[in-house]
Design a protein around this ligand. Sequence first.
Ligand code: ADP
Length: 541
Amino acid sequence: MRDLMQDWPLRVSTIIDHAAKYHPKRAIISRDVDGTIRRSDWAGIRHGALRVAQALQRLGIRPGDTVGVMAWNTARHLQIWYGVSGAGAVLHTLNPRLFAEQLVYIINHAEDRILMVDPDLLPVIERIAPQLPRIERVIVLADRAAMPRTTLPEVLSHEELLAGADGDFAWVPVDERDACGICYTSGTTGRPKGVVYTHRSNVLHALAANSADMIGLSSCDVVMPVVPLFHANGWALAYSAPMAGAGMIMPGRDLTPAALHEMLEMGATVTAAVPTIWLAMLQHLRAGGLRFSTLKRVIIGGSSCPRAVIEAFQRDYGVQVIHAWGMTETSPLGTAATFTPEIAALDEEGRLDAQTSVGHPPFTVDLKIVDDAGAEQPWDGRTQGRLMIRGPGVVRRYLKGEADAADAEGWFDTGDIATIDANGYVRITDRSKDLIKSGGEWISSIELENWAVAHPQVAEAAAIGVAHPKWGERPVLVVVPVPGTSPSREEILALVAKHVAKWQVPDDVIFMEELPHTATGKISKLDLRRRLAEMNYALSA
Ligand code: ADP
């Protein structure tokens, strides 16, 4: 009786086929790099993707070859997304904000043969081109007439690439376990590491992302990914939206709050980005007395979302926040703070508390917390441990890695420190490398930061451990004031002291005009510690 059901390979081309067949007219609105608004639909995106796949094959791209793409969120990028993997090739998304030497490293390490790049990002490639011996061709995502001048040889416009490709093409039937895309971690410590998603992992992950307790997209949604497609698999929205038959709004490269608000007002019901984008958006809304007319849900992740942001979206603007946690290595969604019945039954404060955690995992994600010896820790909401994760969307081995990144049972160490409570809700307290240890006890830097930004004049805050003669380390807050304000050290510390134990209150507040950030928009504590060392900053007993 074994094996009597169909073996239907889980390829990402089946996602775009489904969207184009059953939801062909769903609108895809896109702002081009030159500012023009273009309208398409899933049938059009699929046709464009078939043309890209056909043209790449004509250029000599074969199954398993790697194509690097450095582009903003546009409809054209969606066509390339499906075109590259539909040709059986591997889509390597490139973050233009990486340092030049990191870009050189990852393009060579992934053995990209072709680079596809938005016209405004061409200078990034021009600067490093001499160090990219394997690149055979650069394709600029522009029409022939709009091609920027370039010193590079072997450059084609997107229009020239597609000339003569009519879309009469069949997706290359790769194995579902073949590589589909590569995304490198930003490598804040050491070299960036390549995570190679398979077709199967992307399809299963998108199905899980679309479950009701995660992001739960439907054909009635219009999704606007502000998170770039090149960051952590684009939070998989380019898979989960067409899978659900949702429409999409692609905001292009202008990520100022005014431009994003304008794009959201074209009918978005769901959007997604890191907290800093939303902090700026809230300021913009308040300053201009603006509102959202269609937006219902906002997915916030990548860094811890402050309670004040969740509260403002829900109370002042009627938009539900889904606070999510994930990483490049986990495709990326691991958990989301949606309500189980136990949480739904709480009062507003209780529900808000639950939303400052990162919630619970979907089917296909398994989690545990362990101590340094690997012993599993209790789900009491207090005991902190290293967060471990396994599942079909979790990395097993990095690209060209010599050993598995996960243990024999599949557990991958996230590098995050977390608690899990009796309801199974996960709370991230720190990155293990950013832990503050005072008098032998751990203090959560994330908690201190989130209470500090609750002060209306604090734009951004970072808590770091500074050496202390008596306690080993003590927490210190580094604060960026909202422009034009000057909050006092005492006020900020008094606010934090209302919410944390006395011994956890930072010893000092340092004011800076800005904080150093990584290429994915996270505060770089490594650089911040360096900066304090350069200032000869020290605490005394
Ligand atoms: P990078 O390349 O910057 O490491 P990732 O997206 O892979 O990009 O970063 C994953 C890390 O981001 C997680 O391990 C965690 O530390 C942090 N992170 C993501 N979402 C959250 C969240 N909601 N709360 C706290 N930390 C988060």
